[in-house]
Design a binder for this molecule. Sequence first.
Ligand code: NAD
Length: 273
Amino acid sequence: MYDLSGKVALVTGAAGKGGLGRAIALRLAQEGANLAVNDLDRADSRRGSLDDVAAQIKALGQSALPVYADVTIADQVERMVANTIAHFGRIDILVNNAGAPAGKDRVPVVELEESAWDLVQNVNVKGAFLCSRAVARALIAQGQGGKIINISSQAGKQGVPRYAAYCTSKFAVCGFTQALAHELGSHRINVNAICPGLIATERIDDMARALAPIGISPAAHRQAMIESAINKAVLGRMATTGDIANMAAFLASDQSEFLTGLALSVTGGASMD
Ligand code: NAD
């Protein structure tokens, strides 16, 4: 549908078994891209591993390079991008998907610890900045255009109680997207953000644990979160990782060549801006 053959994409935060990063990486591979897949170098069997993702990409007939790096550390990001280019000979697409774990940050601002705030801003905002800076430099030097796709959130357009750190970071990602789109347009580099509604990845288990009111089990609260998301969506269901991966594939392709600086809601009509 979207021909990405010959293109090389880097997707951050891609190890999670049911995570958005993995779904996007596999979708880009289905369209013919070769993939560098990134995550933290920390074993977490619940999360899955980059080796699994790489094996799935290879099963689709594409090349895959696992690149462990912490996106908040500039040296590691520079090395990740250099290794990607050394391995594949080029880079065309960056998907800034890595997200700080949901947990300690999901409290009212008056209870929010500075360290929880900092972690969310570091991974979600500084990580997107460092990866975009390194990849944009490479794309400019390559001189053949490119695509940068930032994963924001529905919470990047609308404030939500107990999500202050997260909302702030995702609003920032939308602002960063616009500024960078201005700067890179003359290089034919498109920069867009995707704002998904709630998706049932491993992340929402962590959110349910953090947000469950006293006396309500995390499982019951998770179900309530899902029901609320379904009720708010005009299209009568919650978002899937496939919905977001479809949008990422479109934004990575030539078919979106006249779109830049946008923050596209993929929420089934739960938000219409
Ligand atoms: P997730 O928590 O399952 O995955 C995030 C991944 O990022 C994990 O694999 C984690 O190890 C990795 N990561 C964390 N810190 C990192 C770092 N410093 N360096 C490299 N990797 C790091 O989340 P998900 O649900 O798959 O979400 C992916 C993205 O989509 C996030 O940016 C999230 O904010 C966004 N999003 C998710 C939802 C949802 O409902 N799940 C909705 C809107 C937006």
